[in-house]
Design a protein around this ligand. Structure first.
Ligand SMILES: Nc1ncnc2c1ncn2[C@@H]1O[C@H](COP(=O)(O)OP(=O)(O)O)[C@@H](O)[C@H]1O
Ligand SMILES: [Mg+2]
Length: 258
C-alpha cells in the first residue's frame, strides 16, 4: 500500500537527509515510484546534493499556493533510479526564502498543512506514487509537526550525542504519542561496541533502544567513507555492495512491515 514516510529527529546532523535520499533511491531501484521532498526549509539540502536541472518552482511555492504540485517535481530517474522512478521536490535554498519561511505565522502554517495533506490524494492516487518521503527539519518547529501530521509513518533518527539521545527520549515520551502514527526508531552513526561499553551515555542509549515505546527499526554504524563522501553519494546506486546499502535494504523492508 502507498505510504508517506517522514524522517525526523530531535537534532540536526543525525543523518535524515542521507537516509531520506538513499532510502528513496533504494525503493526506486526496487521498481517503485518514489517522490522525495525536502521539507527542511531552514537548511535545504537536496538541491545542492543532486545533480538536477534548476527548477522554476519550489515546494515553498506549492505551500504558498502559488503553483500546482506537478510544477515543482523534478524527475531525476535517469540519473538516480535504475528501475522505477524518482521525482524530487526541492526547498528553495536562497537566503531570502529561508528567512521568509522562518517568519511564517500560525495561520500560514495551518494552510500549509492543508496543502501537505492534500498531497496524499494528488500524488498517491492521481500520480500513482508508491512512496513519498519527507526529509524534515529537526526539532519541534511547526513545519516538522506538519510533516509528521501528514505522514503515515515516522522514522525517528537519533545520533549518539547525549543531547540527541535525551532529546529523542523526550520526544518519544511527550510528542510522537500525540499523533498516534506508526513510528519507528533508527539509531545512526553507532560506533562499534557502544552499547556494551560502560558509561552514562551508553546507559541512556541502551534505555532508548530497549525500553522506549518505539520499535527499533535498526542501528546503523558510523562509516568513515560515508563521512568522506560529503553527503553527495547515493550509495544504493554508486556502491550497491556497501554494508550501508545492505542495512538500508533491511530498513526499507522493516518500514514496510511497521
Ligand atoms: N551512518 C553514518 N556514517 C557516517 N556518516 C554519516 C552517517 N549518517 C550520516 N552521516 C553524515 O553525517 C552528516 C550529516 O548528515 P545529514 O544527512 O546531512 O543529517 P541531517 O539531514 O539530519 O542534518 C553528513 O555528512 C552525512 O554524510
Ligand atoms: Mg538534512
Amino acid at each position: 500500500m502507498a505510504k508517506i514516510i517522514a524522517i525526523h529527529s530531535y537534532k540536526g546532523g543525525t543523518g535524515k537527509t542521507l537516509l531520506s535520499l538513499n532510502l528513496a533511491a533504494l525503493y526506486a531501484n526496487r521498481g517503485k515510484n518514489v517522490c522525495l521532498f525536502d521539507l527542511d526549509f531552514r537548511a535545504p539540502s537536496l538541491q545542492s546534493i543532486l545533480k538536477a536541472k534548476s527548477t522554476e518552482y519550489w515546494i515553498n511555492d506549492y505551500l504558498n499556493g502559488v503553483c500546482d504540485i506537478k510544477k515543482i517535481l523534478v524527475d531525476v530517474s535517469k540519473t538516480y533510479a535504475k528501475r522505477g522512478s524518482l521525482l524530487v521536490g526541492f526547498a528553495n535554498p536562497s537566503t531570502e526564502a529561508i528567512r521568509e519561511m522562518s517568519a511564517k505565522d500560525r495561520k500560514w502554517e495551518m494552510k500549509a498543512l492543508g496543502r501537505l495533506l492534500s498531497l496524499k490524494n494528488s500524488l498517491l492516487n492521481d500520480m500513482h506514487f508508491d512512496y513519498i518521503i519527507f526529509d524534515t527539519s529537526p526539532g519541534l518547529q511547526y513545519s516538522s509537526i506538519n510533516a509528521i501530521v501528514s505522514a503515515d509513518l515516522v522514522l525517528v533518527v537519533s545520533g549518539m550525542d547525549i543531547s540527541d539521545i535525551k532529546g529523542t527520549q523526550r520526544m518519544i515520551d511527550e510528542l510522537y504519542d500525540l499523533f498516534e502514527k506508526k513510528t519507528g526508531l533508527l539509531m545512526n552513526k553507532v560506533f562499534a561496541n557502544f552499547l556494551t561499553t560502560k558509561g552514562h551515555r551508553q546507559e541512556l542509549a541502551k534505555k532508548l533502544v530497549n525500553n522506549s515505546s518505539l520499535p527499533l527499526v535498526d542501528m546503523v554504524p558510523c562509516f568513515c567513507d560515508i563521512l568522506r563522501s560529503g553527503g553527495t553519494v547515493v550509495f544504493s546506486n554508486e556502491n550497491p555492495d556497501h554494508p550501508f546499502v545492505k542495512i538500508l535494504d533491511r530498513v526499507a523492508t522493516t518500514i514496510d512491515t511497521l
